[in-house]
Design a protein. Structure first.
Ligand SMILES: Nc1nc2c(ncn2[C@@H]2O[C@H](COP(=O)(O)OP(=O)(O)OP(=O)(O)O)[C@@H](O)[C@H]2O)c(=O)[nH]1
Ligand SMILES: [Mg+2]
Length: 336
């Protein structure tokens, strides 16, 4: 399945049905009164956020949604049928823009939130309603109200509690697969992972945390190099970051350089990203010599806390998960 995080769709609500002009016809009552029913309302188009979708892929091929019109009113005071609503499921974290004006219309941040993006037209009133003492036999009814047509641009910004950032090959995908059910591709070359992956970490006795593996961050990403800029926007809606650094490097300068490169990219994209609480984590501590580089790196960073793990051998993962929980509890602002 492809990762689609942007799509443009056309939505059309149904027209309201027209009201009916009709008169009662009964035996022995030569001129019955008006009995024209109202038209039914047109169907609406509704967007609903769901936790079962993680991309906008399903909208990539089917981009037009037209809800049915309301049925016309009928004689004998019968109301026309209402057009059924169309419900379009989207992942939580979907922003809805008017594609023509560029205005942000809605932000569906949590599952089960729903909005009517195109409201069905109201049905017209039948001639029954126009009966009065001065006009006992109205020969008119209202037309139905027309539906709305709108072009919407949907943009997904993943909502995750924790974003794992780091240069290619740092071990982000290895880490997310070690702590959650996510199974992204892992390999010994940069740019293995091409799309962000979400996983749920379930700490024993704690709240589940949604974690995102954000690939593609490289030098110059914020200015458009590679795919990084597309994925930086997913970092925007994570609450805290795990900044993962490959400690199986040649010398401690590599570690510092990698660390600063990622921080520069975050700052370059937006001040908000740079301000997010960050847990600095050195990975691949199972490799010979990594411990020594880690010591030097920590010294260079001053007193800042740095965790040491091996995602491959699972060393240090429990303390890391506890740290993530603590940071999230400290930072209670939802959505980030
Ligand atoms: N020795 C050792 N190797 C590791 C560890 N974690 C990851 N690796 C290896 O490092 C390589 C890169 O790991 P990935 O998890 O694919 O790295 P990534 O950060 O997701 O890389 P991209 O998807 O390319 O951005 C793989 O060969 C992993 O097996 C670790 O703790 N120790
Ligand atoms: Mg990866």
């Amino acid at each position: 399945m492809k990762f689609i995080d942007e799509v443009t769709i056309l939505v059309q609500s149904g027209d309201g049905g027209r009201g009916c002009v009709s008169f009662r016809r009964e035996r022995f009552i030569p001129r019955g009164g008006p009995d024209g029913g109202d038209g039914g309302s047109g169907g609406s188009v509704i967007l609903r956020a769901t936790s079962r979708k993680h991309t906008l892929y399903h909208l990539h091929f089917n981009k037009q949604f037209k809800a049915p019109n309301g049925g016309p009113g009928q004689g004998s005071q019968k109301t026309g049928r209402n057009g059924t609503d169309i419900v379009i499921d989207v992942p939580a974290g979907t922003l809805v823009y008017n594609a023509d004006s560029g205005d942000l219309l809605y932000d569906l941040t949590h599952a089960d939130q729903q909005v009517i993006v195109a409201r069905g037209g109201r049905g017209g009133v039948g001639n029954l309603h126009f009966k009065s003492s001065t006009n006992r036999a109205p020969r008119f009814a209202q037309p139905g109200e027309p539906g709305q047509t709108l072009t919407l641009k949907l943009e997904l910004k993943l909502m995750a509690d924790v974003g794992i950032v780091g240069l290619p090959n740092a071990g982000k995908s290895t880490l997310i697969s070690a702590i959650s059910g996510a199974r992204p591709k892992i390999a010994d070359y940069p740019f293995t992972t091409l799309i962000p992956n979400l996983g749920v970490v379930q700490p024993p006795g704690g709240e589940p945390m949604v974690v995102a593996d954000i690939p593609g961050l490289i030098e110059g990403a914020h200015a458009g190099s590679g795919l990084g800029i597309r994925f930086l926007r997913h970092v925007e809606r994570t609450r805290i970051l795990v900044h993962l650094i490959d400690a199986a490097a040649l010398d401690e300068n590599d570690l510092l350089r990698d660390y600063r490169t990622i921080n520069r990219e975050l700052t370059g994209y937006s001040g908000d990203l740079a301000q997010k609480p960050q847990i600095v984590v050195l990975n691949k501590l199972d490799v010979d010599g990594a411990e020594r580089l880690a010591d030097l790196f920590c010294r260079a960073l001053g007193g800042q806390p740095v965790l040491r793990i091996s995602a491959a051998t699972r060393r240090g993962l429990d303390p890391l998960i506890r740290h993530m929980q603590q940071q999230l509890n400290r930072d209670e602002t939802p959505g980030g």
